[in-house]
Design a protein around this ligand. Structure first.
Ligand code: AMP
Ligand code: MG
Length: 314
């Protein structure tokens, strides 16, 4: 590189300043950190990124009866859906196939039933559970990639993409920032984080993972942490997680926290949720088949890592 080019590069990076903003979306706080050349550029970037997240919340929320996702309850006739919803459902279907249904975006009837359980502090009856299980299951969902459509086999099915939507929204917010010329940014939505280039002059964004004592520098990647101890419900001395075992319809009762590092937020988010259900042994065997993905899992007794995690452990 010529000395002139070096000087230009140095001037460009030395004028970048860090900015940070937080907004509530998707039932949590989204925090964005970025490096921009001016406050004006940063403000424009925050506005565009947060409005992309808000738009995805409107499309993907299963808490809003009027969202596009909530309105897809179609049986028999396939319904055309937006590119955003189709992208999330396709990833959900892929994850379901890869995990033998441990991760499943058709658990809406069950997740809604468990939300009611937490509100009313009463376990669901076997009849209600059976009914919700009959209206769930990714094998009863049919996607058509040619026309971006969805169709269900059973009436009363409901989608819930809460296990991947935040990671996807973080990816999409980063894409908006990149388009606006912001190269170094971090988007964090509680346990789901995604980042573009490292902060100027650094190796990466310094990310803390519960199971590790030291922070790890990451760039152009994503990290998600998912735990069965969040939002749980206690009954008769048993703790039920907000993450559902699709085979039984019950909230998980295992003590487990999973963190996944992947190239994209949608993958890190979905995989971290899936590992809760798969457990350490099956979960890590699966992670080891995925290029560029690493995971660490803490159970009550021990902490275990995928083979690919060693480069972060030190
Ligand atoms: P996360 O916090 O990313 O692990 O996602 C948890 C959310 O994913 C729950 O609140 C549900 O909306 C949804 N969910 C629960 N169980 C499952 C499952 N087995 N597969 C896919 N999504 C699930
Ligand atoms: Mg998740």
């Amino acid at each position: 590189m010529s000395s002139n080019a070096t000087l230009v590069l140095f001037l460009a990076s030395s004028t970048l300043q860090p900015y940070e903003a937080v907004e509530p979306h998707m039932g949590t706080l989204f925090r964005i950190k970025l490096y921009a050349a001016s406050e004006q550029q940063a403000k424009r970037a925050f506005q565009a990124a947060f409005s992309r997240i808000a738009q995805l919340d409107e499309t993907l929320s299963d808490y809003r009866a009027e969202s596009e996702l909530s309105r897809v309850t179609t049986v028999a006739t396939p319904v055309h859906v937006s590119d955003n919803l189709f992208a999330v459902l396709s990833k959900g279907e892929w994850l379901a196939e890869q995990t033998d249904g441990a991760f499943d975006v058709t658990l809406g009837p069950l997740t809604h039933l468990w939300r009611q359980t937490r509100r009313e502090r009463r376990l669901p009856s076997p009849e209600l559970l059976k009914n919700a299980l009959e209206r769930s299951g990714f094998r009863k969902m049919h996607l058509d990639a040619a026309i971006h459509s969805v169709r269900f086999d059973a009436p009363g099915m409901q989608l819930d993409v809460g296990g991947i939507a935040k990671g996807y929204a973080a990816d999409e917010a980063l894409a908006v920032l990149t388009k606006l010329g912001i190269r170094s940014a971090l988007v964090a939505a509680s346990g789901d984080l995604a980042f573009s280039d490292a902060p100027p002059g650094e190796k990466g964004w310094k990310i803390g993972i519960d199971a590790l004592e030291h922070a790890i520098p990451l760039a152009n990647a994503a990290v998600s942490t998912s735990g069965s101890s969040e939002q749980n419900f206690m009954a008769n001395g048993v703790r039920y997680s907000h993450i559902i075992d699709p085979k039984t319809g019950l909230g998980l009762t295992t003590n487990i926290t999973t963190s996944v590092i992947a190239p994209h937020g949608i993958d890190a988010d979905g995989l971290a949720t899936a590992l809760n259900v798969l457990g350490p042994e099956r979960g890590l065997a699966f992670i080891d088949t995925l290029p560029g993905v690493a995971a660490i899992i803490a159970t009550g007794e021990k902490v275990v890592e995928s083979a690919s995690f060693h480069r972060f452990s030190r």
